[in-house]
Design a protein around this ligand. Structure first.
Ligand SMILES: *[C@@H]1O[C@H](CO)[C@@H](O)[C@H](O)[C@H]1NC(C)=O
Ligand SMILES: *[C@@H]1O[C@H](CO)[C@@H](O)[C@H](O)[C@H]1NC(C)=O
Ligand SMILES: *[C@@H]1O[C@H](CO)[C@@H](O)[C@H](O)[C@H]1NC(C)=O
Ligand SMILES: *[C@@H]1O[C@H](CO)[C@@H](O)[C@H](O)[C@H]1NC(C)=O
Ligand SMILES: *[C@@H]1O[C@H](CO)[C@@H](O)[C@H](O)[C@H]1NC(C)=O
Length: 398
């Protein structure tokens, strides 16, 4: 009986020990930036304190959480690097302010996450890029070698990440850049900058796959979303865009790089007062590449300059060297796109002479234009092969 009892106790001990271990792994440890010297006075630079908190959180073997409480924190540029020992969250409850001194603009990024796996960035806080102080330094429309201003938040080689419940306002340059990443979700995020702020793209991605952008509102001065070379498996659902330049693929093919993009779905999105809606742009330059397997579906256009456009003669700052684009666009479906166009030409397919667009499908398109003389919307096709199904307004040119 004594033996039985001891055995029972050992069992209990082992059981509670394993419960303990499981709990330690399941528990989240907080690393509050205030405990690392952060001061929420809106003036003191807190980048060192944030980095210290990050460093310890990153070393923690369980779930770690860098915690930025309510308050206004001035932060100069900061690089948060992995790999970390466990899943890590960056919780922004506060209001983060970027620097306004021009001497601090000569960095590529403001807040940069690199080489992190299992990252969450959330908290309901604000990233204020203080772009107003910097936009005047942007001369990229005249100077091809213009120095670029910092991106608000950039992810490099990050995997399995979720960005949610955040606000990014007045970025100096792009709000969010995703580069070399796999499986990144951006949801319930609000992005804004004035319509006339230069190069303030909302979300820009390249060399990445498995990117989901959902329930997100983007009002900005450049592309709401831009997908560049090397991007695949993108799902953009329930995004509201405008003002801005729409949701774009490209620009591509400016240089000799390979410019492949495929498997992209844009669904259930709306555009309000944007210069362009859904756009694919390639330079009339020697760069090669393929853009294929795209679906644009259930999209509402409200006063959009060019609701549907493929421009393979993209040249934002003329003059450009020109030769027919060598980027091949194929298998693109536009289905259930409705609303009104801000210009008479609601559909523009200006495809390459040497690589005509192939397998373009237009299905149930209803884009109105209210011209002075009661004229309606029109479509332009150059070098296009494909088919039209269902209702077509403007009359299809395929
Ligand atoms: C962390 O990421 C790996 C894959 O990279 C995944 O298998 C694992 O479940 C993740 N862990 C947590 C706790 O999210
Ligand atoms: C889009 O939003 C609606 C309502 O807000 C929601 O029911 C639906 O699940 C969302 N779809 C996606 C794919 O996020
Ligand atoms: C599309 O959005 C509407 C309203 O915003 C929502 O009711 C619907 O569920 C969404 N559909 C999908 C497929 O996400
Ligand atoms: C549309 O955008 C233009 C320029 O970006 C702006 O002047 C105008 O007020 C906007 N209209 C609406 C209805 O938002
Ligand atoms: C065309 O694109 C659709 C949607 O992405 C995809 O399911 C299909 O396999 C593609 N077809 C070809 C021939 O690549």
């Amino acid at each position: 009986m004594g033996l039985k009892l001891t055995f029972g106790w050992v069992c209990l001990l082992i059981l509670s020990l394993s419960v303990c271990i499981t709990e330690a792994q399941g528990q989240t440890k907080d690393f509050n930036v205030k405990n690392y010297g952060a001061i929420a006075d809106g003036k003191t630079d807190n980048s060192k304190a944030f980095l210290k908190a990050w460093k310890e959180a990153c070393e923690w073997t369980g779930r770690a959480r860098v915690w930025i409480p309510m308050g206004t924190y001035r932060v100069n540029s900061a690089k948060f690097e992995g790999p970390c020992k466990g899943p890590i969250a960056f919780v922004i409850k506060g209001y983060l302010k970027a620097p306004t001194e021009p001497s601090l603009f000569i960095t590529e990024n403001w807040i940069n996450f690199r080489y992190v796996n299992n990252l969450t960035v959330s908290g309901g806080g604000v990233l204020d890029g203080q772009g107003k102080e910097a936009w005047a330094y942007n001369d990229c429309n005249k100077n091809p070698n213009c120095p670029s201003l910092p991106t608000t938040m950039r992810f490099d080689f990050v995997t399995n990440a979720w960005v949610h419940h955040l606000r990014s306002i007045n970025s100096k340059n792009t709000h969010i850049v995703v580069f070399g990443c796999v499986d990144v979700r951006i949801t319930t995020t609000r992005i804004s900058a004035p319509a006339d702020s230069p190069n303030t793209d909302g979300i820009k991605m390249a060399n990445s796959r498995g990117i989901k952008i959902q329930q997100t509102t983007i009002r900005t001065g450049d592309d709401c979303i831009a997908m560049l070379a090397g991007t695949s498996q993108v799902r953009i659902f329930n995004v509201t865009c405008g003002p801005g330049h729409g949701i774009s693929i490209g620009s591509l093919g400016k240089d000799g790089d390979k410019n492949d993009l495929f498997d992209i779905k844009v669904r259930n999105c709306s555009f309000h007062n944007t210069s362009d809606g859904i756009r694919i742009k390639t330079w009339a330059s020697p760069g090669i590449g393929k853009v294929s397997s795209l679906i644009y579906e259930d999209i509402f256009m409200n006063q959009v300059g060019n609701p549907i456009i493929i421009d393979q003669e993209y040249c934002p700052y003329p003059p450009c060297k020109t030769q027919p684009s060598r980027v091949q666009i194929s298998n693109v479906t536009y289905r259930n796109i409705w609303g009104n166009s801000g210009s008479k030409v609601a559909v523009t397919f200006r495809c390459s002479q040497s690589r005509p667009c192939r397998d373009l499908v237009m299905e149930n398109i209803n884009l109105h234009y209210h011209g002075r003389d009661g004229e309606g919307s029109t479509a332009i096709c150059n070098n296009v092969k494909g088919e039209s199904l269902g209702h077509q307004n403007p009359a299809s040119c395929i």
